[in-house]
Design a protein around this ligand. Structure first.
Ligand SMILES: NC(=O)c1ccc[n+]([C@@H]2O[C@H](COP(=O)([O-])OP(=O)(O)OC[C@H]3O[C@@H](n4cnc5c(N)ncnc54)[C@H](O)[C@@H]3O)[C@@H](O)[C@H]2O)c1
Ligand SMILES: [Fe+2]
Length: 423
C-alpha cells in the first residue's frame, strides 16, 4: 500500500513537475538572449584586441588565471590593445570554480583601477568570474544575493570573451557559475545582459591544453548539447545548434585529444562548444549537470570530469523517455544509419558515448565519492534539477541516489553490494 501510494505520489509529482517545467519553457522561449559577435580562427584574439582598442574604453580589466598568463596566451590580445593605445590591467588570480572571496578581490581590483570593461580570458572559471565581477560592480550587493535569476537591477559592465578551453560555452551563455566555500555549493547567476558583446574563438590558444582537460571540457560541451536536445525546452534553433555540436564533437574530440596541436580539430571543438552553449542557454541542462554541480561543490571535481562520469548513467536512465531523440543523435554522430530502428539507434548512441569516454580516458567512477555523502548529494541534485531544469524523465531522490551510487569507486562499491543492487 505504502509502495503504491509512494509510486502514485511520485508519478503525480513527476507529471506535475513535467507540466510546470514545460509551461515555463513556453515562457522562457520568448526571453530575448543577446548573442556576441564572434571572431573565429587562428589569430582572432588579436583581432578582438584591435576591435576593443577602438571602442574608447577608459581602462580594460583582463580577468584570467596564472597558468594562462604564464603560457603567454594573452600576448596577441595585449599586443593589439597596446598597438591601439588602449589602457588595460591584468587580474590573473582566478582558480578553478572561482570562490566568492577571490571574486570579491577581482571586484576591488576593478574599482581600484577605475576600469569600465572586462575581457574574460580563459576557461569557464575565468569567464564566469568575469561575469560575476561585471554584475557585482554594477550592482553593489553581496555575491550570494546576486545568485539566481535577474537579481541585479543595473546592467553588468561590458564583457568581451576569449575562451581557452572548448567546453563551457560561457562566451555565449546567460549564466555564471561560482563557488561558495562556506556552503560547499556552486552558485549560479543568470542574467542575459551578462552575455559578452564579442568573443574570439582562437584555436591557437588551445593547442597546449593537456589531454585530460581537452577530454573533460569536450565532454562538458557534449553534455550541454545532449541535455539541451533531450529536455523539454527545445526549440528548432536549440535543436539545430545541439545537433551541429554533437556532430562536430564526435568528429573532432578524439583528434584534439590525441593530437593537441591539430588546429583544425581545435577550431571545430571551439565552435562545437559555442554551438552547445547557444543550445543550452536556450533549452537548459538536466540531471547530469545537477549532479555534477554537487560533485564540484563538495569534492572540487573538475566540472567537465563530473559531467563525463555521470553522463552515461543519467542517459541510460532517461533513455525510455527519449528514444527518438537519442536515435537522432546517433545519426548525427554517425554511429548508425537510417535503415536501423529507433531502438537500435538509441542503443548505439548510448554505446558510442561509453566508447568515447573510454577513448578519452574518462573513468566510470568518481574516486572521491563516498557512500555516506550520497543522500545529501542526491537531495541537492534533485532540488537543483526540479527547480530549474526541464528534465525528460523525473527521478525521485532514491532513484537519484542509485544513479550516483553507480559512480562509487570499485572498492567502495564492492563494500556496499546490497545498496548497489537496489540501485
Ligand atoms: N557559464 C556557463 O554557462 C558554464 C557552463 C559550464 C560550466 N561552467 C563552469 O565553468 C567552470 C569550468 O570551466 P573549464 O572547464 O573551462 O575549466 P577551468 O576554467 O576551471 O580551467 C581548467 C584548467 O585548465 C587550465 N587551462 C585553461 N585553458 C588552458 C589552455 N588553453 N592551456 C592550458 N591550460 C589551460 C586552467 O588554468 C585550469 O587549470 C566550472 O566552474 C563550471 O561550473 C560554466
Ligand atoms: Fe557544463
Amino acid at each position: 500500500m505504502s509502495f503504491i501510494s509512494d509510486l502514485m505520489s511520485d508519478s503525480v509529482r513527476a507529471n506535475g513537475l513535467g507540466a510546470l517545467m514545460k509551461g515555463a519553457g513556453l515562457v522562457t522561449r520568448f526571453i530575448p538572449i543577446p548573442q556576441p559577435t564572434l571572431l573565429v580562427g587562428p589569430g582572432s584574439s588579436g583581432r578582438l584586441g584591435q576591435a576593443i582598442a577602438g571602442f574608447g574604453h577608459n581602462k580594460i580589466l583582463i580577468v584570467t588565471d596564472s597558468i594562462i598568463s604564464k603560457l603567454g596566451l594573452l600576448n596577441d590580445l595585449t599586443d593589439a590593445l597596446k598597438a591601439g593605445g588602449a589602457q588595460f590591467v591584468v587580474f590573473d588570480e582566478i582558480t578553478p570554480d572561482a570562490p566568492i572571496p577571490l571574486i570579491e578581490k577581482g571586484i576591488d581590483f576593478y574599482k581600484e583601477h577605475d576600469c569600465d570593461a572586462i575581457v574574460a580570458f580563459g576557461g569557464g572559471s575565468s569567464m564566469d568570474a568575469s561575469k560575476a565581477i561585471a554584475v557585482a560592480v554594477a550592482n553593489p550587493k553581496p555575491l550570494r544575493q546576486l545568485a539566481g535569476y535577474f537579481k541585479g537591477l543595473r546592467s553588468p559592465v561590458k564583457i568581451y570573451a576569449v575562451p581557452t578551453t572548448a567546453g563551457t560555452g560561457s562566451e555565449v551563455t546567460v549564466a555564471a557559475v561560482i563557488s561558495d566555500p562556506e556552503t560547499h555549493k556552486k552558485l549560479v547567476i543568470v542574467d542575459p545582459r551578462m552575455v559578452p558583446k564579442m568573443a574570439a574563438l582562437d584555436p591557437t590558444l588551445m593547442t597546449g591544453l593537456p589531454p585530460h582537460i581537452t577530454a573533460a571540457t569536450g565532454i562538458d560541451a557534449l553534455t550541454h548539447a545532449i541535455e539541451a536536445f533531450v529536455g523539454n525546452w527545445t526549440t528548432d534553433y536549440s535543436d539545430g545548434m545541439a545537433l551541429s555540436a554533437v556532430g562536430l564533437i564526435f568528429e573532432n574530440l578524439r583528434v584534439a585529444y590525441n593530437d593537441g596541436k591539430n588546429l583544425a580539430a581545435r577550431e571545430k571543438m571551439a565552435l562545437a562548444s559555442t554551438y552547445a552553449g547557444f543550445a543550452f542557454t536556450r533549452a537548459n541542462v538536466g540531471y547530469v549537470h545537477a549532479i555534477a554541480h554537487q560533485f564540484g561543490g563538495l569534492y572540487h571535481t573538475p566540472h567537465g570530469l563530473a559531467n563525463a562520469i555521470m553522463l552515461p548513467y543519467v542517459l541510460k536512465y532517461s533513455s525510455p523517455a527519449i528514444t527518438g531523440r537519442l536515435a537522432q543523435l546517433a545519426l548525427r554522430a554517425r554511429v548508425g544509419t537510417e535503415a536501423e530502428s529507433e531502438d537500435e539507434l538509441a542503443q548505439k548512441f548510448l554505446d558510442a558515448v561509453d566508447q568515447l569516454n573510454r577513448d578519452l580516458g574518462i573513468p566510470t567512477y568518481l574516486a572521491a565519492l563516498k557512500e555516506s555523502d550520497i543522500p545529501e548529494l542526491a537531495k541537492a541534485a534533485c532540488h537543483e534539477a526540479h527547480t530549474g531544469y526541464p528534465v525528460p524523465r523525473y527521478m525521485t531522490q532514491e532513484v537519484c541516489e542509485g544513479i550516483i551510487r553507480q559512480a562509487l569507486p570499485p572498492a567502495t562499491a564492492a563494500a556496499t553490494p546490497k545498496r548497489r543492487k537496489k540501485a
